[in-house]
Design a protein around this ligand. Structure first.
Ligand code: C2O
Ligand code: CU
Length: 546
Protein backbone atom coordinates (compact mmCIF):
# COMPACT_ATOMS: atom_id res chain seq x y z
CA UNK A 1 0.00 0.00 0.00
CA UNK A 2 2.94 2.38 -0.22
CA UNK A 3 1.78 4.97 2.28
CA UNK A 4 2.03 4.40 5.93
CA UNK A 5 2.04 6.13 9.22
CA UNK A 6 4.72 8.72 9.06
CA UNK A 7 5.94 7.86 5.62
CA UNK A 8 5.87 9.95 2.51
CA UNK A 9 4.37 8.95 -0.82
CA UNK A 10 4.84 10.40 -4.23
CA UNK A 11 1.70 11.86 -5.65
CA UNK A 12 3.35 13.83 -8.39
CA UNK A 13 1.18 12.23 -11.03
CA UNK A 14 -2.05 13.38 -9.46
CA UNK A 15 -3.99 16.23 -10.99
CA UNK A 16 -3.79 19.48 -9.05
CA UNK A 17 -5.96 19.68 -5.93
CA UNK A 18 -7.98 16.62 -6.71
CA UNK A 19 -9.18 13.94 -4.38
CA UNK A 20 -6.48 12.19 -2.44
CA UNK A 21 -6.24 8.58 -3.49
CA UNK A 22 -7.66 5.99 -1.16
CA UNK A 23 -4.84 4.81 1.01
CA UNK A 24 -4.35 2.45 3.82
CA UNK A 25 -2.38 3.20 6.88
CA UNK A 26 0.50 0.98 7.81
CA UNK A 27 -0.84 1.04 11.33
CA UNK A 28 -3.84 -1.26 11.16
CA UNK A 29 -4.78 -0.34 14.66
CA UNK A 30 -5.27 3.36 13.96
CA UNK A 31 -8.92 3.91 13.22
CA UNK A 32 -9.45 7.68 12.87
CA UNK A 33 -12.54 9.48 14.19
CA UNK A 34 -11.73 12.35 11.87
CA UNK A 35 -9.82 12.18 8.61
CA UNK A 36 -8.82 15.33 6.75
CA UNK A 37 -6.88 16.27 3.70
CA UNK A 38 -4.65 19.33 3.98
CA UNK A 39 -3.03 20.78 0.86
CA UNK A 40 -0.41 23.52 0.75
CA UNK A 41 -0.64 25.31 -2.59
CA UNK A 42 -0.07 28.63 -4.36
CA UNK A 43 -3.08 30.89 -4.42
CA UNK A 44 -3.84 34.53 -4.98
CA UNK A 45 -6.08 36.55 -2.71
CA UNK A 46 -7.35 40.05 -3.18
CA UNK A 47 -6.13 41.88 -0.10
CA UNK A 48 -5.81 45.46 -1.35
CA UNK A 49 -7.31 47.51 -4.17
CA UNK A 50 -5.65 46.56 -7.44
CA UNK A 51 -3.75 43.44 -8.14
CA UNK A 52 -4.31 40.28 -6.09
CA UNK A 53 -1.50 39.11 -3.83
CA UNK A 54 0.32 35.88 -4.66
CA UNK A 55 0.49 33.65 -1.61
CA UNK A 56 0.77 30.14 -0.35
CA UNK A 57 -2.22 28.76 1.47
CA UNK A 58 -3.59 25.66 3.17
CA UNK A 59 -6.80 24.13 1.91
CA UNK A 60 -8.58 21.37 3.72
CA UNK A 61 -11.62 19.16 3.60
CA UNK A 62 -13.12 16.48 5.74
CA UNK A 63 -12.80 12.95 4.39
CA UNK A 64 -14.36 11.26 7.41
CA UNK A 65 -16.12 12.41 10.58
CA UNK A 66 -17.72 15.65 11.72
CA UNK A 67 -18.02 18.09 8.78
CA UNK A 68 -17.55 20.95 11.26
CA UNK A 69 -13.97 19.81 11.87
CA UNK A 70 -12.86 22.17 9.09
CA UNK A 71 -13.99 25.78 8.88
CA UNK A 72 -12.67 27.55 5.79
CA UNK A 73 -11.93 31.30 5.81
CA UNK A 74 -12.72 32.06 2.16
CA UNK A 75 -11.31 35.59 1.80
CA UNK A 76 -8.24 34.99 3.90
CA UNK A 77 -4.94 33.36 3.05
CA UNK A 78 -4.98 31.67 6.46
CA UNK A 79 -5.62 27.97 6.53
CA UNK A 80 -9.03 26.78 7.70
CA UNK A 81 -9.77 26.59 11.41
CA UNK A 82 -9.49 22.94 12.46
CA UNK A 83 -11.85 22.08 15.32
CA UNK A 84 -10.98 18.93 17.25
CA UNK A 85 -12.01 17.38 20.53
CA UNK A 86 -9.83 15.87 23.18
CA UNK A 87 -9.66 12.12 22.77
CA UNK A 88 -10.35 12.15 19.03
CA UNK A 89 -8.11 10.14 16.77
CA UNK A 90 -7.17 12.29 13.83
CA UNK A 91 -5.67 11.49 10.48
CA UNK A 92 -4.45 14.35 8.31
CA UNK A 93 -3.13 13.63 4.84
CA UNK A 94 -0.84 16.52 4.02
CA UNK A 95 -0.17 17.10 0.32
CA UNK A 96 2.63 19.44 -0.69
CA UNK A 97 1.84 21.44 -3.84
CA UNK A 98 4.57 24.01 -3.20
CA UNK A 99 7.79 24.07 -5.15
CA UNK A 100 9.87 23.41 -2.06
CA UNK A 101 9.92 20.88 0.82
CA UNK A 102 7.55 21.27 3.73
CA UNK A 103 6.09 19.67 6.85
CA UNK A 104 3.20 20.53 9.15
CA UNK A 105 3.77 21.18 12.84
CA UNK A 106 0.78 21.11 15.23
CA UNK A 107 2.00 23.87 17.50
CA UNK A 108 1.33 23.12 21.15
CA UNK A 109 0.05 19.58 20.64
CA UNK A 110 1.51 16.59 22.39
CA UNK A 111 2.06 14.01 19.64
CA UNK A 112 4.57 11.24 18.78
CA UNK A 113 7.79 12.62 17.28
CA UNK A 114 7.10 11.29 13.77
CA UNK A 115 3.82 13.25 13.79
CA UNK A 116 5.30 16.54 14.98
CA UNK A 117 6.38 18.05 11.66
CA UNK A 118 10.10 17.85 12.41
CA UNK A 119 12.18 19.07 9.45
CA UNK A 120 13.79 15.63 9.13
CA UNK A 121 10.42 14.46 7.81
CA UNK A 122 10.07 17.19 5.17
CA UNK A 123 8.36 16.02 2.01
CA UNK A 124 9.06 17.35 -1.44
CA UNK A 125 6.73 18.82 -4.05
CA UNK A 126 3.99 16.40 -5.01
CA UNK A 127 4.44 14.18 -1.98
CA UNK A 128 2.07 13.19 0.80
CA UNK A 129 2.68 12.75 4.53
CA UNK A 130 0.11 11.03 6.67
CA UNK A 131 -0.17 12.50 10.16
CA UNK A 132 -2.02 10.35 12.68
CA UNK A 133 -2.40 11.18 16.34
CA UNK A 134 -4.78 11.21 19.23
CA UNK A 135 -5.67 14.64 20.63
CA UNK A 136 -4.36 14.50 24.19
CA UNK A 137 -4.24 18.22 24.90
CA UNK A 138 -6.68 20.19 26.99
CA UNK A 139 -9.14 22.49 25.33
CA UNK A 140 -7.28 25.48 23.96
CA UNK A 141 -6.15 27.60 21.04
CA UNK A 142 -3.40 25.83 19.16
CA UNK A 143 -2.22 26.33 15.58
CA UNK A 144 -0.47 24.65 12.69
CA UNK A 145 2.27 25.85 10.35
CA UNK A 146 5.17 24.53 8.23
CA UNK A 147 8.51 23.56 9.73
CA UNK A 148 11.06 22.74 6.98
CA UNK A 149 14.55 23.74 7.96
CA UNK A 150 15.62 27.15 6.72
CA UNK A 151 12.26 27.98 5.13
CA UNK A 152 9.81 28.17 8.01
CA UNK A 153 9.92 31.97 8.06
CA UNK A 154 9.34 32.14 4.33
CA UNK A 155 6.48 29.64 4.25
CA UNK A 156 4.62 31.14 7.20
CA UNK A 157 5.14 34.66 5.90
CA UNK A 158 3.65 33.85 2.52
CA UNK A 159 0.51 32.50 4.13
CA UNK A 160 0.89 29.00 5.56
CA UNK A 161 -0.68 28.97 9.02
CA UNK A 162 -4.02 28.15 10.58
CA UNK A 163 -5.72 27.76 13.94
CA UNK A 164 -6.40 24.41 15.56
CA UNK A 165 -8.99 24.69 18.32
CA UNK A 166 -9.39 21.86 20.78
CA UNK A 167 -12.41 21.48 23.04
CA UNK A 168 -13.00 19.12 25.94
CA UNK A 169 -15.69 18.28 28.47
CA UNK A 170 -14.47 20.62 31.17
CA UNK A 171 -14.58 23.54 28.77
CA UNK A 172 -17.93 22.50 27.28
CA UNK A 173 -19.48 22.58 30.74
CA UNK A 174 -18.50 26.24 31.31
CA UNK A 175 -20.74 29.16 30.36
CA UNK A 176 -18.23 30.61 27.88
CA UNK A 177 -19.14 32.68 24.81
CA UNK A 178 -19.70 30.32 21.88
CA UNK A 179 -20.56 30.44 18.19
CA UNK A 180 -20.46 34.02 16.89
CA UNK A 181 -19.21 35.17 20.32
CA UNK A 182 -16.09 33.00 20.14
CA UNK A 183 -13.77 35.07 17.94
CA UNK A 184 -10.36 33.98 16.73
CA UNK A 185 -7.97 36.87 16.08
CA UNK A 186 -4.71 36.08 14.30
CA UNK A 187 -2.33 39.05 14.24
CA UNK A 188 0.43 39.22 11.63
CA UNK A 189 2.61 41.95 10.17
CA UNK A 190 3.49 42.08 6.50
CA UNK A 191 5.03 44.48 3.97
CA UNK A 192 3.64 45.01 0.48
CA UNK A 193 5.32 46.41 -2.59
CA UNK A 194 3.60 48.79 -5.01
CA UNK A 195 2.18 45.85 -6.94
CA UNK A 196 0.51 44.41 -3.79
CA UNK A 197 3.02 41.59 -3.52
CA UNK A 198 4.50 40.63 -0.18
CA UNK A 199 8.07 41.65 0.53
CA UNK A 200 10.34 39.34 2.42
CA UNK A 201 13.93 38.20 1.99
CA UNK A 202 15.34 38.25 -1.54
CA UNK A 203 14.24 35.47 -3.82
CA UNK A 204 11.57 34.04 -1.54
CA UNK A 205 7.87 33.29 -1.90
CA UNK A 206 5.52 32.14 -4.63
CA UNK A 207 6.69 34.75 -7.13
CA UNK A 208 10.39 34.28 -6.52
CA UNK A 209 10.76 32.42 -9.76
CA UNK A 210 8.43 34.72 -11.63
CA UNK A 211 6.06 31.85 -12.30
CA UNK A 212 2.98 32.11 -10.16
CA UNK A 213 1.57 35.47 -11.12
CA UNK A 214 3.67 36.94 -13.83
CA UNK A 215 5.26 39.29 -11.33
CA UNK A 216 8.05 41.26 -12.99
CA UNK A 217 10.74 39.80 -10.75
CA UNK A 218 11.57 39.16 -7.16
CA UNK A 219 11.72 42.42 -5.25
CA UNK A 220 15.24 41.55 -4.24
CA UNK A 221 16.42 42.14 -7.76
CA UNK A 222 15.30 45.71 -7.89
CA UNK A 223 16.38 47.28 -4.66
CA UNK A 224 20.12 47.09 -4.52
CA UNK A 225 21.73 50.23 -3.34
CA UNK A 226 19.01 51.15 -0.90
CA UNK A 227 19.27 49.24 2.28
CA UNK A 228 20.34 49.43 5.83
CA UNK A 229 22.06 52.79 5.60
CA UNK A 230 19.29 54.32 3.53
CA UNK A 231 17.28 54.97 6.62
CA UNK A 232 13.91 55.09 4.94
CA UNK A 233 12.83 51.48 4.77
CA UNK A 234 11.49 48.97 7.21
CA UNK A 235 13.74 46.14 8.15
CA UNK A 236 11.42 43.78 6.37
CA UNK A 237 11.82 45.78 3.23
CA UNK A 238 15.58 45.73 3.25
CA UNK A 239 15.69 43.72 0.12
CA UNK A 240 19.11 44.68 -1.00
CA UNK A 241 20.12 41.05 -0.81
CA UNK A 242 23.31 39.99 0.98
CA UNK A 243 23.77 42.38 3.82
CA UNK A 244 20.13 43.45 4.11
CA UNK A 245 18.91 39.87 4.18
CA UNK A 246 21.52 38.95 6.74
CA UNK A 247 20.46 41.83 8.99
CA UNK A 248 16.82 40.80 8.69
CA UNK A 249 17.67 37.22 9.60
CA UNK A 250 19.67 38.31 12.60
CA UNK A 251 17.23 40.87 13.89
CA UNK A 252 13.93 39.33 12.78
CA UNK A 253 11.52 40.54 10.13
CA UNK A 254 9.17 43.42 10.91
CA UNK A 255 6.44 44.36 8.45
CA UNK A 256 4.83 47.76 8.17
CA UNK A 257 1.20 46.62 7.88
CA UNK A 258 -0.85 44.72 10.42
CA UNK A 259 -3.20 42.04 9.11
CA UNK A 260 -5.94 40.46 11.24
CA UNK A 261 -7.20 37.00 10.31
CA UNK A 262 -5.38 37.30 7.01
CA UNK A 263 -7.15 40.52 6.02
CA UNK A 264 -6.08 44.17 6.03
CA UNK A 265 -9.46 45.46 7.31
CA UNK A 266 -9.14 46.03 11.00
CA UNK A 267 -12.75 46.80 12.00
CA UNK A 268 -14.60 43.98 13.76
CA UNK A 269 -18.33 44.48 14.38
CA UNK A 270 -19.60 43.02 17.62
CA UNK A 271 -22.84 42.86 19.63
CA UNK A 272 -23.54 43.97 23.17
CA UNK A 273 -22.44 40.64 24.62
CA UNK A 274 -19.36 39.06 26.20
CA UNK A 275 -16.87 37.62 23.72
CA UNK A 276 -14.10 35.10 23.92
CA UNK A 277 -11.21 36.57 21.91
CA UNK A 278 -8.63 33.94 21.03
CA UNK A 279 -5.61 35.98 20.03
CA UNK A 280 -2.66 34.35 18.26
CA UNK A 281 0.48 36.27 17.45
CA UNK A 282 1.15 34.67 14.05
CA UNK A 283 3.84 37.19 13.13
CA UNK A 284 7.30 36.07 12.15
CA UNK A 285 9.15 38.22 14.70
CA UNK A 286 7.00 41.09 15.96
CA UNK A 287 6.20 41.26 19.68
CA UNK A 288 2.98 43.01 20.74
CA UNK A 289 2.16 44.79 23.98
CA UNK A 290 -1.62 44.44 23.88
CA UNK A 291 -3.87 46.94 25.65
CA UNK A 292 -7.32 48.44 25.14
CA UNK A 293 -6.95 52.02 24.08
CA UNK A 294 -9.42 53.38 26.66
CA UNK A 295 -7.40 51.87 29.48
CA UNK A 296 -9.94 49.24 30.58
CA UNK A 297 -8.08 46.16 31.82
CA UNK A 298 -7.71 43.00 29.76
CA UNK A 299 -9.50 40.03 31.32
CA UNK A 300 -7.32 37.03 30.54
CA UNK A 301 -8.95 33.59 30.66
CA UNK A 302 -6.45 31.47 28.76
CA UNK A 303 -2.90 31.07 27.48
CA UNK A 304 -1.09 28.75 25.04
CA UNK A 305 -2.27 25.56 26.70
CA UNK A 306 -5.88 26.51 27.45
CA UNK A 307 -7.92 28.05 30.23
CA UNK A 308 -6.42 29.49 33.40
CA UNK A 309 -7.66 28.31 36.80
CA UNK A 310 -9.33 31.69 37.23
CA UNK A 311 -9.45 34.95 35.26
CA UNK A 312 -6.59 37.41 35.63
CA UNK A 313 -6.84 41.16 35.00
CA UNK A 314 -3.98 42.92 33.27
CA UNK A 315 -3.31 46.48 32.15
CA UNK A 316 -1.44 45.01 29.20
CA UNK A 317 -0.30 41.62 27.93
CA UNK A 318 2.96 40.87 26.13
CA UNK A 319 2.46 38.54 23.18
CA UNK A 320 5.55 37.14 21.45
CA UNK A 321 5.40 35.23 18.14
CA UNK A 322 3.40 31.97 18.47
CA UNK A 323 1.99 32.85 21.88
CA UNK A 324 -1.76 32.85 22.40
CA UNK A 325 -3.85 34.72 24.90
CA UNK A 326 -7.59 34.33 25.40
CA UNK A 327 -9.56 37.32 26.61
CA UNK A 328 -13.04 37.70 28.02
CA UNK A 329 -14.21 40.94 26.40
CA UNK A 330 -17.61 42.11 27.59
CA UNK A 331 -19.26 44.73 25.37
CA UNK A 332 -22.71 44.34 26.93
CA UNK A 333 -22.50 47.68 28.74
CA UNK A 334 -21.11 49.62 25.77
CA UNK A 335 -23.38 51.94 23.79
CA UNK A 336 -24.16 51.10 20.19
CA UNK A 337 -21.59 52.81 18.01
CA UNK A 338 -18.81 52.54 20.59
CA UNK A 339 -15.42 51.89 19.04
CA UNK A 340 -12.62 50.36 21.01
CA UNK A 341 -9.14 49.80 19.64
CA UNK A 342 -6.70 47.12 20.65
CA UNK A 343 -3.34 48.84 20.71
CA UNK A 344 0.21 47.68 20.83
CA UNK A 345 1.85 50.00 23.35
CA UNK A 346 5.38 51.34 23.21
CA UNK A 347 7.93 49.26 25.08
CA UNK A 348 11.19 49.68 23.22
CA UNK A 349 14.30 49.81 25.31
CA UNK A 350 17.86 50.24 24.23
CA UNK A 351 17.41 47.32 21.86
CA UNK A 352 14.46 48.85 20.05
CA UNK A 353 16.43 52.01 19.51
CA UNK A 354 19.40 50.09 18.21
CA UNK A 355 17.19 48.22 15.78
CA UNK A 356 15.75 51.53 14.69
CA UNK A 357 19.20 52.84 13.90
CA UNK A 358 20.19 49.75 12.02
CA UNK A 359 16.96 49.12 10.21
CA UNK A 360 16.04 52.64 9.26
CA UNK A 361 13.17 54.79 10.31
CA UNK A 362 10.36 52.35 9.47
CA UNK A 363 8.18 54.71 7.52
CA UNK A 364 5.33 52.31 6.91
CA UNK A 365 3.04 53.51 4.16
CA UNK A 366 0.00 51.43 5.02
CA UNK A 367 -0.18 52.63 8.58
CA UNK A 368 -0.73 56.18 7.41
CA UNK A 369 2.91 56.98 7.61
CA UNK A 370 3.12 55.88 11.20
CA UNK A 371 6.31 54.29 12.32
CA UNK A 372 6.29 50.56 12.97
CA UNK A 373 9.63 49.89 14.55
CA UNK A 374 9.99 47.28 17.25
CA UNK A 375 8.17 48.37 20.35
CA UNK A 376 6.45 51.52 19.11
CA UNK A 377 2.77 52.32 19.71
CA UNK A 378 0.27 51.48 16.97
CA UNK A 379 -3.33 50.26 16.56
CA UNK A 380 -3.97 46.57 15.80
CA UNK A 381 -7.74 46.26 15.36
CA UNK A 382 -10.89 48.11 16.32
CA UNK A 383 -14.05 46.64 17.71
CA UNK A 384 -17.30 48.47 16.88
CA UNK A 385 -20.39 47.75 18.94
CA UNK A 386 -22.90 47.49 16.12
CA UNK A 387 -25.94 45.60 17.40
CA UNK A 388 -27.91 44.62 20.46
CA UNK A 389 -27.64 41.06 21.67
CA UNK A 390 -30.13 39.02 23.61
CA UNK A 391 -29.00 37.44 26.81
CA UNK A 392 -25.65 37.63 28.47
CA UNK A 393 -23.15 35.58 30.40
CA UNK A 394 -21.34 36.01 33.68
CA UNK A 395 -17.59 35.61 33.75
CA UNK A 396 -17.03 32.41 35.76
CA UNK A 397 -14.58 32.92 38.58
CA UNK A 398 -13.41 29.32 38.40
CA UNK A 399 -12.39 28.28 34.90
CA UNK A 400 -10.47 25.09 35.29
CA UNK A 401 -8.92 22.66 37.74
CA UNK A 402 -5.26 22.15 36.90
CA UNK A 403 -2.83 19.69 38.44
CA UNK A 404 0.52 21.36 38.05
CA UNK A 405 3.88 19.63 38.04
CA UNK A 406 5.66 20.51 41.28
CA UNK A 407 9.07 22.10 41.46
CA UNK A 408 10.13 19.70 44.23
CA UNK A 409 9.44 16.79 41.85
CA UNK A 410 11.95 18.02 39.29
CA UNK A 411 14.88 15.62 39.06
CA UNK A 412 17.27 18.52 38.44
CA UNK A 413 15.72 21.12 40.78
CA UNK A 414 19.10 21.82 42.38
CA UNK A 415 20.81 22.41 39.06
CA UNK A 416 18.53 23.39 36.18
CA UNK A 417 19.51 22.48 32.65
CA UNK A 418 20.73 25.78 31.22
CA UNK A 419 20.39 26.92 27.62
CA UNK A 420 22.22 30.13 26.86
CA UNK A 421 21.27 31.97 23.69
CA UNK A 422 24.40 32.74 21.74
CA UNK A 423 25.40 34.43 18.50
CA UNK A 424 28.63 33.54 16.71
CA UNK A 425 29.74 33.78 13.08
CA UNK A 426 26.37 35.28 12.09
CA UNK A 427 24.54 32.23 13.41
CA UNK A 428 22.26 31.99 16.41
CA UNK A 429 22.67 29.05 18.76
CA UNK A 430 21.95 27.49 22.14
CA UNK A 431 25.13 27.09 24.17
CA UNK A 432 27.09 27.92 21.04
CA UNK A 433 25.53 25.21 18.84
CA UNK A 434 23.26 25.96 15.90
CA UNK A 435 20.68 23.63 14.41
CA UNK A 436 21.75 20.17 13.31
CA UNK A 437 19.13 17.94 11.72
CA UNK A 438 19.37 14.95 14.05
CA UNK A 439 22.23 15.58 16.49
CA UNK A 440 21.75 16.10 20.21
CA UNK A 441 24.34 17.41 22.64
CA UNK A 442 24.84 15.66 26.01
CA UNK A 443 22.74 18.29 27.78
CA UNK A 444 19.89 17.73 25.35
CA UNK A 445 18.88 14.25 26.55
CA UNK A 446 16.10 13.82 29.10
CA UNK A 447 14.36 10.79 30.58
CA UNK A 448 10.78 9.82 29.82
CA UNK A 449 8.40 10.20 32.79
CA UNK A 450 10.57 12.72 34.61
CA UNK A 451 9.96 16.35 35.53
CA UNK A 452 12.70 18.89 34.85
CA UNK A 453 13.53 22.56 35.18
CA UNK A 454 15.05 24.20 32.12
CA UNK A 455 16.52 27.68 32.24
CA UNK A 456 16.84 29.88 29.18
CA UNK A 457 19.46 32.58 29.65
CA UNK A 458 19.41 35.55 27.32
CA UNK A 459 22.40 37.33 28.75
CA UNK A 460 25.42 36.59 26.63
CA UNK A 461 27.36 39.00 24.49
CA UNK A 462 26.28 42.27 22.97
CA UNK A 463 23.80 40.80 20.49
CA UNK A 464 21.14 40.56 23.12
CA UNK A 465 17.60 40.92 21.93
CA UNK A 466 14.21 39.47 22.76
CA UNK A 467 13.50 35.83 21.88
CA UNK A 468 10.38 33.67 21.97
CA UNK A 469 11.39 30.22 23.21
CA UNK A 470 9.17 27.31 22.15
CA UNK A 471 9.57 23.70 23.28
CA UNK A 472 7.89 21.07 21.11
CA UNK A 473 5.67 18.37 22.59
CA UNK A 474 5.29 20.19 25.90
CA UNK A 475 3.06 22.51 27.82
CA UNK A 476 5.13 23.96 30.65
CA UNK A 477 4.87 26.19 33.66
CA UNK A 478 6.99 29.30 34.15
CA UNK A 479 7.98 29.13 37.83
CA UNK A 480 10.57 31.90 37.79
CA UNK A 481 11.86 34.84 35.78
CA UNK A 482 14.95 36.77 36.64
CA UNK A 483 14.90 40.14 35.00
CA UNK A 484 17.85 41.81 33.42
CA UNK A 485 17.98 45.46 32.59
CA UNK A 486 15.41 47.37 30.67
CA UNK A 487 12.31 45.32 31.30
CA UNK A 488 10.29 47.74 33.37
CA UNK A 489 7.99 48.41 30.46
CA UNK A 490 7.04 44.80 29.82
CA UNK A 491 7.28 42.81 33.07
CA UNK A 492 3.68 43.24 34.18
CA UNK A 493 2.49 41.81 30.88
CA UNK A 494 3.44 38.14 31.30
CA UNK A 495 0.64 35.67 31.95
CA UNK A 496 2.60 32.99 33.78
CA UNK A 497 -0.50 31.65 35.54
CA UNK A 498 -1.33 29.30 32.66
CA UNK A 499 0.11 26.47 30.61
CA UNK A 500 2.63 27.74 28.07
CA UNK A 501 4.46 26.31 25.09
CA UNK A 502 6.19 29.53 24.07
CA UNK A 503 7.74 32.09 26.38
CA UNK A 504 9.08 35.59 25.82
CA UNK A 505 12.63 35.99 27.08
CA UNK A 506 13.60 39.65 27.07
CA UNK A 507 17.20 40.91 26.77
CA UNK A 508 19.11 40.15 29.94
CA UNK A 509 16.45 37.81 31.34
CA UNK A 510 16.71 34.27 32.61
CA UNK A 511 13.48 32.30 32.54
CA UNK A 512 12.81 28.88 34.08
CA UNK A 513 10.41 26.34 32.63
CA UNK A 514 9.00 23.37 34.53
CA UNK A 515 7.77 20.42 32.50
CA UNK A 516 7.14 16.71 32.59
CA UNK A 517 8.15 14.43 29.71
CA UNK A 518 5.22 12.08 29.32
CA UNK A 519 4.00 9.36 26.97
CA UNK A 520 6.28 9.60 23.96
CA UNK A 521 10.02 9.06 23.71
CA UNK A 522 11.70 10.60 20.67
CA UNK A 523 13.51 13.49 19.06
CA UNK A 524 11.81 16.87 19.40
CA UNK A 525 12.71 20.48 18.75
CA UNK A 526 13.16 23.51 20.93
CA UNK A 527 13.79 26.85 19.29
CA UNK A 528 13.17 30.55 19.06
CA UNK A 529 9.83 31.26 17.40
CA UNK A 530 11.06 34.47 15.88
CA UNK A 531 11.14 32.65 12.59
CA UNK A 532 14.17 34.39 11.11
CA UNK A 533 16.13 33.42 14.24
CA UNK A 534 14.90 29.85 13.94
CA UNK A 535 15.90 29.71 10.28
CA UNK A 536 19.27 31.17 11.21
CA UNK A 537 20.09 28.35 13.59
CA UNK A 538 18.35 29.17 16.87
CA UNK A 539 16.84 25.70 17.00
CA UNK A 540 18.08 22.40 18.43
CA UNK A 541 16.84 18.89 19.06
CA UNK A 542 16.31 17.31 22.44
CA UNK A 543 15.80 13.62 22.93
CA UNK A 544 13.35 12.00 25.33
CA UNK A 545 14.77 8.59 26.23
CA UNK A 546 12.54 5.75 27.31
CU1 C2O B 1 5.31 26.88 16.09
CU2 C2O B 1 8.68 24.63 16.16
O1 C2O B 1 6.99 25.79 16.07
CU1 CU C 1 15.00 34.71 18.72
Amino acid sequence: NGVGMGTAALLAGLPQAEAAPAMQSASDTFEPDVALELIALPRSVSLRPGRATSLWSYQSRVLKGDPASVQALPDSYLGPILRLRRGQKVRIDFINRLDQPSTVHWHGLHVPDTMDGHPRFAIGPGELYRYEFEVRNRAGTYWYHPHPHGHTGEQVYFGLAGLLLVSDEEEQALPLPRGQYDLPIVIQDRSFDDGNQLRYLSGTGPTARGDASGAPSAPGNTMGGRGMMGGMMSRGAMMSGGMGDMMTRMMGFLGDTILVNGRPESLIEVATHPYRLRILNGSNSRIYKLAWQDGRPLTVIGTDGGLLERPVHKDYVMLAPAERVELWADFSKDDLGTQLTMMSLAFEGAMGRMMDMMGGSFMGGAMGGSSLAAGVRFPIFTVKVARKANGSLELPDRLSAISWPRLQDAVNRAKPRTFRITMAQMQWGFNGRSFEMTAVAPNEVVKLRTTEVWEFANDSGMMTMAHAIHVHDQQFQVPERRHGMGNNRVRDGYVDQGWKDTVLVMPGDRVKLLMRFADYPGLYLYHCHMLEHEDLGLMRNYRIEA
